[in-house]
Write a protein that binds this ligand. Structure first.
Ligand SMILES: Cc1cc2nc3c(=O)[nH]c(=O)nc-3n(C[C@H](O)[C@H](O)[C@H](O)COP(=O)(O)OP(=O)(O)OC[C@H]3O[C@@H](n4cnc5c(N)ncnc54)[C@H](O)[C@@H]3O)c2cc1C
Length: 381
């Protein structure tokens, strides 16, 4: 059958990879090429297992890295503690690595079958269930594509969600805003070495890591009002003002903020149904857990694989396949979304008291057995 995928991010590419052997697949992606810029994600959980089954894991692993751990830094440049990654990797049975988000896209692209018609620079402006058994998309250029199934993999702010599940279109902000960028700084990359740096601070937090021998990755997050849903406008001056003084190395990285960088509210998405007629949601469009769960990319890959598997098993009975996808996959997606909500209040300490509690917790992580236990709980979440 003909399948149109809206969005060539992690979910869209993973889905195209899985559907290509059985179907004619077109992927419409609004950006002019693979999206660059990005942050380091932890890759483990259901997506890791799915990537293994899809035969793309080695490609991703080659592009990934295992850090020694995290060190916590204070404004005077001293460290207040460290956490080792070893127990986490061990608890995940070695099925864990860090990888830059754009590298996940590039890894999936490298493995994409030639039969997939991937069109960059093509923005979809309308998706419609035109029945019987057909759906259509309209591009900004005015082209209309009809197919047997349209899959919206267009991210957490997907407008298609409102169509499929009326009243559930808006994102669900978690009370944080995050920004990230990469820049060239071999000297700082060398100084950072194998440990990520995280600021030990309240209300706002900064992370630095060596993305490779030449590049430094920077990420910031701050507490914000939960009410707004508008995407913030990236502003380098604001970023510098807001996050200076956390740590001398972070201040150095703040002198290299590019004009354009990732900046958005930390948010989840929820839809009580994932399909309507021949239009179905996948990845963040269906079930974004937010960066607080640390598994958005993992879920996007595993959800894509689950959808492809259900469609394969249902053969020509597409509605049966869509219902089965939701029945099998929703419990896992909901569990991860819940864990994201549970960690929301503790993500960045709001007060000095909360900060002290976290510092004591970090010291306890160093005790025999405790770090192993907590790592197991984190991986199981
Ligand atoms: C700061 C931050 C840190 C994160 N950390 C982690 C982490 O540690 N671990 C983890 O697993 N996950 C993490 N995530 C989440 C992860 O990046 C996403 O959950 C994951 O990439 C979801 O993939 P997706 O393909 O569903 O959506 P997206 O990656 O958002 O892709 C959607 C694609 O659709 C395209 N698109 C949108 N609208 C249209 C349109 N109208 N027409 C055509 N194309 C369109 C977009 O250009 C984009 O390429 C983090 C996210 C953020 C913001």
């Amino acid at each position: 059958m003909d399948i149109t995928i809206v969005g060539g991010g992690v979910c869209g590419l993973a889905l195209a990879h899985e559907l290509a052997p059985d179907h004619r697949v077109t992927v419409l992606e609004s950006s002019p090429g693979p999206r660059g810029g990005g942050y380091m994600i932890d890759f483990f959980g259901p997506g890791f297992v799915a990537a293994e089954r899809m035969g793309v894991l080695e490609e991703l692993r080659l592009r990934g890295h295992v850090f020694d751990g995290v060190r916590y830094g204070l404004p005077d440049g001293s460290d207040s503690g460290t956490i080792d990654a070893g127990p986490l990797v061990e608890a995940a049975g070695g099925r864990y690595f860090s990888i830059l988000r754009p590298e996940v896209e590039l890894g999936l692209l490298a493995q994409l079958p030639d039969s997939v018609d991937l069109r960059y620079g093509t923005r979809v402006v309308e998706v419609e269930d035109v029945g019987p058994e057909r759906a259509a998309v309209v591009t900004a250029g005015g082209e209309v594509l009809t197919s047997d199934l349209v899959v919206a993999c267009d991210g957490v702010r997907s407008p298609v969600r409102e169509q499929v599940a009326p009243g559930h279109g808006p994102i669900l902000p978690m009370g944080y805003r995050a920004a990230s960028y990469l820049y060239e700084d071999p000297q700082l990359a060398h100084e950072l070495g194998e440990r990520m740096l995280m600021s030990d601070s309240i209300q706002r937090v900064g992370w630095l890591y060596a993305a490779d021998v030449d590049q430094v990755g920077v990420m910031f997050a701050e507490r914000v009002d939960r009410q707004g849903t508008e995407r913030p406008v990236p502003d380098p001056d604001r970023l510098c003002r807001r996050f200076s003084g956390l740590h001398p190395q972070i201040d150095r990285a703040l002198t290299h903020v590019p004009d354009s960088f990732y900046d958005d509210l930390v948010a989840q998405s929820h839809a009580p149904r994932w399909s309507r007629g021949r239009v179905v949601l996948a990845g963040d469009a269906a079930h974004a857990p937010s960066l607080l769960a640390g598994q958005g990319t993992s879920l996007a890959i595993a959800g894509a694989e689950a959808l492809a598997r259900s469609l394969r098993a249902a053969g020509p009975h597409i509605e049966v396949g869509l219902a089965e996808y939701e029945r099998r996959w929703r419990p896992t997606a909901e569990k991860v979304r819940r864990s994201g909500r549970l960690s929301a209040s503790a993500f960045i300490p709001a007060t000095t008291f909360q900060l002290r509690v976290q510092q004591v917790g970090r010291r306890a992580m160093g005790l025999p057995g405790v770090s192993r236990l907590l790592s197991r709980q984190f991986v199981a979440a």
